[in-house]
Design a protein around this ligand. Structure first.
Ligand code: AHM
Ligand code: MG
Length: 282
């Protein structure tokens, strides 16, 4: 596992360099989820593949940008990753990130063994969740990631990151978000799940939601590359991660690119979501 984390450090440094120096334009293709790819999606995917396929403990890799996994010989870990999450924000110079879920045995919520994400912001930060959740920061002078602190969520936060198209929200979802704002929560939403979830984690509480909507009952965010890794991080940090009804890590995954509604937050806000959703049918 340490070998994988060390490799992700090298990947992060190279992707960050690409973000700073390469063309931020689009390519003429879509990925499996139908998203228009930017050149940096493709470049980042190539960087991750190049490094991870050399790691002896890795058995297989699966990218948000690929149709199916790439296998190698030996190893036991399956690494599912989103090489450049939030890439639609690349041209407006907002923070983006990379997300990695490390699985053993298969790709389901119960088989995730560790999660790592990297935020490319004014600073490059990496969060590693194993038994505990740890924050590291890139020292650009030495090109080393330095340990900063352990991350823990408090029982309740002050910020909300409510995703999805509001015109398509279910009424009960809208009422829940409105009532949280009436309690005094402030809006903190950039449209990149990595910086949005990073903010809530570092501010020690709050709620990120990407719900089922009238037109998309299965939400937008992908289980393997985005949802399970962040569910692992939030649960290990003492918070919760649910699909509205159930623990996200209790879900299976039948298709590599399957999506699910998702809510990540501290205990108080997750309880509110459960109370709101419990008797609602989508
Ligand atoms: P991406 O992997 O194509 O970048 O999509 C994931 C991103 C998340 O970072 C973010 O929370 C969500 O898509 C926002 O989507 P939208 O703007 O479509 O609501
Ligand atoms: Mg993504």
């Amino acid at each position: 596992m340490t070998e994988i984390v060390k490799t992700i450090e090298k990947i992060a440094i190279e992707i960050y360099e690409a973000i700073k120096t390469k063309d931020t334009g689009k390519v003429n293709s879509q990925n499996k989820s139908g998203d228009v790819q930017v050149k940096l999606d493709v470049i980042s995917d190539e960087i991750v593949e190049k490094y991870l396929l050399k790691v002896s403990s890795v058995k297989e890799i699966m990218s948000e940008e690929k149709e199916k996994p790439v296998l190698k010989s030996g190893g036991k870990y399956l690494v599912a990753y989103d090489p450049l999450d939030g890439s639609s924000l690349i041209d407006v110079d907002l923070s983006v990130g990379s997300i990695f879920g490390i699985y053993e045995g298969g790709y389901s919520g119960s088989e995730i063994k560790a999660a790592v994400y990297v935020v490319y912001g004014p600073r490059v930060e990496m969060v590693v969740a194993r038994d505990v959740v740890e924050l590291f920061r890139l020292n650009e002078k030495t090109n080393e990631f330095e340990f900063i602190k352990e991350l823990k969520l408090k029982n309740k936060g002050k910020v909300l990151a409510p995703g999805g198209t509001q015109a398509k929200w279910f009424d009960f979802h809208k009422k829940m978000i409105d009532s949280l704002f009436k309690e005094g929560y402030r809006l903190r939403y950039s449209g990149g799940m990595v910086p949005d979830l990073h903010q809530i984690l570092l501010k020690e509480g709050g709620l990120f939601s990407y719900p089922a909507t009238i037109d998309k009952k299965e939400g937008k965010l992908r289980k393997l590359f985005e949802v399970f890794p962040f569910a692992y991080v939030y649960k290990k940090a003492g918070g919760g991660a649910i699909d509205g009804y159930k623990d996200l890590l209790s879900l299976d995954c039948k298709d590599y690119h399957e999506t699910t509604p998702c809510f990540f937050g501290s205990e108080y806000e997750i309880k509110k979501v459960l109370e709101t959703y419990k008797d609602k049918k989508l």
